[in-house]
Design a protein around this ligand. Sequence first.
Ligand code: HEM
Length: 411
Amino acid sequence: MTTEPPLELDNFFATIQNPYPTYTYLREHDPVHWNPMFNCYMLTRFDDVHMAFFDHQRFSSDIWSSVPEVIGFAGDDESSQQLRQIIPFMAYNLQGMDPPGHTRQRALMTKTFTPRMIESFRPTIQRLVDELIDAQLEHGRMDLVNDLAYPLPSNVILDLLGIPRSGRPYIQASAEAINEFVATLLFTGPVVWPRLAGVFADVKAYLKQLIAQRRAEPGDDLLSKMVQAEEGGDVLSEDEIIIATNFLLFAGHETTANLIGVGMYHLMQHPDQLEYLRTNPSSIPIAIEELLRYVSPVHTLARRTTQEMTMRGVTLPENASIFLLVGAANRDPEKFPDPEKLAIHRAPTRTLGFGYGIHYCLGAALARLESQVAFETILRRLPTLKMLVETPEFRPNYSLRGLKSLPVAFT
Ligand code: HEM
């Protein structure tokens, strides 16, 4: 099959509403595409993205630690000092590290994130979903994104961590600051750093006193478990716990929100499949795997090459920035027959929705549980859902692709 080149190949923001024609073109004609606008190579085929996830030695996740030197802010001036407050939150969370640092921290974090702990949270998740629906029930309408899909995962993680209500704004602000830093780095640069550095300083101060409290009086929560985690005599340092706390909210919030929000949008566009799930809720877990493939809530990830190499005839220099287009790989016809079709019975194996290899999503079980409870409860309690807009708008975020809002009515 040959396709016409879409008008836009490089500007992620221009194609956010429907990037799939671009992905089809790139997969077929230019699977290792140089993007001059973002200074990166884009991989779009399943096998290539899969290989880059797997080969962590040649495709490094350590993309942030050298940023101050690369962009010329590693001195003693004020902007450099602000950047030094921000970068650790990007560079020393699990996702931004390579072995051996990653292996060590992942082993300690895995001890806290046990399947039993996640499953024990099911009643809390059910209560949170019910409360969010209850709050809108009498209006006969709600915004499925802003009234449910967005608040649910952040409340779940903050409850799981055991962060008191009064402290939540600190963690929420710092998780949002990661997004803002990434989104503005190329465009506005240092202008926003004084504010972002302040946000990170505040969350650090807040969590320091909370960690001290949990050390003295541990509870059942995830923060206490991180404080207590030990592996071969090794423990997580205070800074590591602070960065991990912030990252868990970042990693688990918009990702899960996008699966639920964009997933509901596509199900409403396929009323037969939605109806099937309403009457057969036991099929929801399989449907979630297909939605994960179809939606790809984590749409684009970055890596850095550690050596020069050739891929499909293209030479990638050392230290090149590589974008893994998970959204394109998950619709590769070589891997998934008829990939542009949503088919909830497909039970796709090995989608790249949660990544692959050493960085495979640590929160996958929690994300699956949350979305199962959310889809099941929405379908059961709101059986007459009707979308109030024809084409909802996507947020201008090409990495975590999700909807701005999804207004619906019900009786
Ligand atoms: C539908 C929801 C979610 C999706 C689609 C998703 C997807 C992903 C993907 C693709 C990665 C790999 C990143 C990479 O290779 O660079 C990842 C890593 C990670 N995710 Fe998730 N995630 C979701 C929910 C969550 C939740 C709820 C949490 C925890 C609260 C979480 C915590 C993490 C962590 C800590 C990592 C880093 C693991 C590592 O680097 O070793 N995620 N996730």
